[in-house]
Design a protein around this ligand. Sequence first.
Ligand code: S3P
Ligand code: PEP
Length: 465
Amino acid sequence: MWYLPREPRRDVSGLSKDTNLTDSDKPTPLQSRASGPLTGKVRVPGDKSISHRALILGALAVGETRISGLLEGEDVLNTAKSMQALGARVERTGDFAWKVNGVGVAGFAEPRAALDFGNSGTGCRLVMGAVAGCPVSAVFDGDASLRSRPMRRILDPLEKMGAKVVSGGEGGRLPLTVQGARDPLPITYKTPVASAQIKSAVLLAGLAAPGTTTVIETEASRDHTELMLKHFGADITSAQEGQHGRRITLVGQPELHGATVVVPADPSSAAFPVVAALIVEGSDVVLSDVMTNPLRTGLFTTLREMGASIEESEIRGDAGEPMAQLRVRASKLRGVEVPPERAPSMIDEYLVLAVAASFAEGTTIMRGLQELRVKESDRLEATADMLRVNGVKVEVSGDDLIVEGRGHVPGGGTVATHMDHRIAMSALVMGCASDQPVTVDDTAFIATSFPDFIPMMRSLGAEFS
Ligand SMILES: O=C(O)C1=C[C@@H](OP(=O)(O)O)[C@@H](O)[C@H](O)C1
Ligand SMILES: C=C(OP(=O)(O)O)C(=O)O
């Protein structure tokens, strides 16, 4: 029927005490060494955020949704499985082509088994919102990394809307059971941190509530849920709130209709070949169909400020999401200061930005990174460790990351990936241009977001062995 994600891996990095590993749990290390110029044209996989949302909204719509370009990474496949378990019909019809027959708003059936989201915060938290508006109860679970991540930030607003947490781990950690509301209440909710996952969970629960549900954010986070809800027929508006914020208003109980969704290439995945091309001398790489929604392009803005040559062409859009072809040429980079208000538009890209900063001349200061501490790993500490073991001078000061770029990176270190795909890929990018090879202890988690990362980078000329 479709590629099934492998069983959730147990931890190999110390998050859990379980050391009784089977063969499929064994870490798969990889070494990256300096290569000649990277060249060629590639399309990185479909955007992960949009892929999750297309499956969830397809499942909540009446009729058929056709998705092309879906990311077939483990995170998204786990969301597909959960939509199937909640009563939608989800089918793979070709390469990256999927069909969803939905159950309608509030129409989920009670799943027979626990919903397992593996490594995926987005899948878990968005589906929690969707379930909270339906009169069913569901168990939410995930791997050791996801079990360590905070869920209270999602449960707080969902409880205000009438959902109940029937059982759960300490501090709202997984596994936990959510009993959805029979008569969900619309709320006005100000998100305590800039988080598209919190905003989306409230909006998805609000679909089932009468009246209007409002989310206020003081820093705008990615708006894919809003754009896609509109595309599926919801009455939703978004207005400026303060200097950097948004007020989003959704009219509840719409009839969502099945839609066609074309998923553009993921800028968070494009970030890896982009930085690799910038740091490997003589490189010239083209990336097609990269989504350029301004709430996702903080990395490209920052890299350009550092002196990067990134040219956009073939600019177009689909379902409200702009995209472009990017041509990236090796560039001399200089250190910059990245303001905290830019964080939401590049929250997943700081790891690979830190790699670019290591190859730059001068100091790069990245401010306001507290949210990095609650991702797949504590990315603030893990990024600093990744640089440190490879001879880069780096400091974590409060919630800021300060990298002393010296134009080259000694390398020679082994990087602990901590069940975090973006650490693995960032470290492998670093090795593409470091003086000595860089080793990562486990590449398995790359499959959550970018299953073809290794062959795609090799096709551009990267030396991974
Ligand atoms: O909504 C989304 O698709 C995402 C939101 C972000 O998380 P937060 O909402 O926790 O900031 C981001 O880090 C994650 O990779 C994807
Ligand atoms: C933070 C990420 O994802 P999630 O929150 O969905 O696990 C990510 O992909 O970098």
